[in-house]
Design a protein around this ligand. Structure first.
Ligand code: PRX
Length: 685
């Protein structure tokens, strides 16, 4: 076993004894692919001297170029304030409004450009093309409703539990216009998961939709709002109003009853706000734009708080220079707006640049694997952005489908998980028809925008590698002892970023201690220091840097599993299983999966005297779906007679992970109960 494959290297002090990085599948270093000359000829960034301009000795002043892409009511006085390290403050003293930057400022030149193409999942339904002018009108009317009918004001939090419809960006932008902090919860999350986020963010208003399409079915969504309100109430938090958009305006599509005095049909109430205009609030750059909850190392999801000025500057710059978006481009990011990718690269980045952004309601492979290419052909999409999971599924279900359509992409993105070189090549050759440049972008919910990627017109592409750091980002890989691995060593370690950047989240909502502990404590050189150099940011991923400077990401080093590009906490799934009265112990491990990258296997042991039974398995599965959502449903639930344990009673997840991944669990003779390993292996077979 080579050094970089050695599990011991990734072992993380604060976390699990098994991690994604430990079961990472490695591939060879690949040959380079050159960016197409046609792409280079039109690209926004072609001058490689940018890396000189953005060298660490010029930090933080180079980030002025990011801020200068935005309109400011008041220009900032200080680019970066580090006085309360590591709570960085960007563009201090500046005032702006995110909605103005994404909508109003385009009206003079691009009023009639399409801002949002909404593509319903049913193919017979008409695609909606919403111009910037229309977006301006709809955002203003909804902002007036939020302000005058709901009494919302700057700094209030509002939870959104909305599907992929045009009303979602409209709602986000209306909040931003008022300075209201939105917290969008992925629509696939359960009502309970939504309720947890409602109470943590103390949202008095919950905004949802009655129903939406998924894989050909109109799903009832409103029922989840009822559960969310009930669950939040158990935490002692009251929701005053539930605002319900109608999937079909004028028609209520949910069997769930409306609650008198609490539930409001948005499409009815909007009539009272027709033609109203709301002046965008002049917000301080460091005020919060939104919360995005994500999984971490404990059972409770954490609300990542993103700023207005720093975040918007960061996503605008990276959209312009890494996504290469021009105002005339038709850009389609197939992620869900309920995740950070959608916030940054469906809504805020592309709209800040005045481009057209596609919002697709449904499943990429519905009704067949030709759907994305039909949409791209019809709308003239020229920039396409998706995840390895989607690419693998489209390749499996329709390997030749892209050749049947006349779409032409100039640029394609892969994000969220490592992509196998073979899958990358299909994306390049078949989806991109060898005409498109590809960027493999590595980043996280906490980061706001890309950290590592090739600059598309400057660097060669290398399948399976995310590329070097983008301009302004200066990574370092540490070993477990805190020693820096030499640059380009090809050795695995824990990737960190040396410098702050404007897109980095500001804190964990209501939990600043955890923010410091989880992201900065490990490699902090001096906890009293106000010098950013002492506070490397710990990403929580294992990585290697090759001699050419390109990074390959190996996966999480902590208790997080990246399932189909969605981040799940093993502790969250275990906590859900432990709610079932029969269960006494639960352990979740990541398992390599050919389509989804990783999937969770859940091992449980039962109360003394109880036997494994399908009924119990079903109860556990239902508990996970209720607590988190169907995306967290375990791949397998394995009821074991006993967990493999150390003599001190600690569950050896490493052994379980080896069994699930059909790997050698190594020496188990030091376990308290080595005999259980074979019994478990038989169960998994
Ligand atoms: O493990 C890394 C993986 O996804 C994690 C972040 O997940 P999330 O916060 O949900 O954000 C997803 C959208 C950026 C990371 O810690 N990851 C993300 N991008 C890549 C990746 N792994 C390999 N290659 C990537 N390009």
């Amino acid at each position: 076993m080579s050094e970089e494959k050695s599990p011991r290297l990734y072992k993380n002090q604060q976390t699990a004894d098994i991690s994604e990085a430990q079961i990472a599948v490695h591939w060879q270093e690949e040959d380079y692919f050159a960016p197409p000359t046609r792409f280079i000829a039109q690209a926004n960034l072609t001058d490689a001297s940018i890396f000189e301009r953005f060298s660490l000795d010029k930090f933080p002043d180079y980030y002025k170029e990011f801020g200068d892409l935005l309109d400011w009511y008041k220009y900032w006085e200080k680019t970066l304030d580090t006085s309360n390290a590591p709570f960085w403050r960007w563009f201090v003293g500046g005032e702006l409004n995110a909605c103005h930057n994404c909508v109003d400022r385009h009206l003079s030149k691009h009023r009639n450009n399409t801002a949002i193409h909404f593509v319903p999942e049913p193919e017979h339904e008409t695609v909606q093309h919403i111009t910037y002018q229309e977006l301006f009108v709809r955002v203003n009317e909804f902002a007036a409703l939020l302000r005058d009918s709901c009494g919302l004001k700057a700094g209030d939090r509002v939870t959104l539990h909305m599907p992929m419809v045009a009303e979602l960006p409209i709602t986000m932008l209306a909040c931003a216009r008022l300075g209201v902090i939105h917290s969008q919860v992925f629509s696939g999350f359960s009502g309970k998961a939504c309720g947890d986020r409602v109470s943590d963010s103390e949202s008095r208003v919950l905004i949802t939709m009655d129903a939406y399409y998924r894989a050909g079915k109109l799903l009832d969504h409103k029922e989840k709002a009822d559960i969310a309100v009930t669950e939040a109430a158990k935490d002692g938090h009251k929701v005053d109003k539930v605002l319900i958009w109608q999937r079909y305006p004028g028609k209520y599509s949910s069997p769930a009853k409306l609650v008198e005095g609490r539930d409001i049909i948005v499409n009815d109430l909007l009539k009272q706000h027709r033609g109203e205009r709301v002046d965008p609030a002049h917000m301080p750059a460091e005020a919060a734009l939104f919360l995005m909850y994500t999984s971490g190392t404990t059972g409770r999801p954490k609300g990542c708080q993103h700023s207005i000025g720093g975040y918007l500057a960061y996503v605008t710059w990276t959209s312009k220079y890494i996504q290469d978006i021009h105002p005339e481009d038709v850009y389609w990011c197939m992620a869900d707006i309920g995740w950070i990718t959608g916030h940054s690269y469906i809504v805020y980045g592309p709209l800040a640049l005045g481009a057209s952004s596609v919002v697709y309601e449904g499943v990429p492979t519905y009704p067949d694997a030709g759907r994305p290419w039909r949409i791209a052909e019809e709308l003239g999409v020229n920039i396409f952005h998706t995840s390895p999971t989607a690419i693998r599924a489209l390749r499996r279900d329709g390997p030749d489908e892209p050749t049947k359509y006349s779409h032409h992409f100039k640029h394609m993105t892969t994000v969220g998980e490592p992509i196998e070189p073979e899958v990358w090549k299909w994306y390049y050759n078949v989806v991109g028809k060898t005409e498109a440049v590809i960027v493999d972008t590595w980043w996280q919910t906490e980061n706001g925008g890309f950290l590592c990627s090739t600059v598309p017109a400057i660097h060669q592409m290398k399948p399976g590698s995310a590329g070097p750091a983008i301009p302004g980002i200066h990574p370092v890989i540490y070993d477990d002892e805190g020693k820096e691995l030499p640059a380009g060593s090809g050795r695995a370690g824990n990737i960190c970023i040396r410098n702050p950047w404007p897109g980095i989240f500001q804190t964990i909502w209501k939990d600043p201690d955890r923010f410091v502990k989880q992201y900065y404590e490990r490699y902090c050189k001096n906890p009293k220091s106000k010098d950013w150099r002492d506070w490397p940011y710990l990403a929580g991923d294992g990585a290697v840097q090759a001699a050419d400077g390109y990074y390959r990401i190996l996966g999480r080093i902590d208790d997080v599993i990246n399932v189909a590009g969605h981040r799940l906490g093993t502790k969250e799934i275990e906590s859900a299983a432990l709610l079932v009265p029969e269960v006494v112990e639960a352990a979740v491990v990541p398992v390599a999966d050919p389509i989804k990258g990783k999937v969770p296997d859940l091992y449980v042991s039962l109360k003394l005297g109880l036997q494994a039974a399908q009924e119990i398995t079903d109860k556990i599965s239902a508990a996970v779906v209720f607590e988190i959502g169907a995306i967290a449903r375990p791949h397998q639930i394995i009821i074991v007679p006993d967990m493999p344990k150390t003599r001190s009673g600690k569950i050896m997840r490493r052994v379980l992970a080896a069994i699930s991944n059909h790997l050698d669990p190594g020496d188990v003779s030091t376990l308290a109960n080595p005999e259980v390993v074979d019994k478990i292996r038989d169960l998994v077979k």
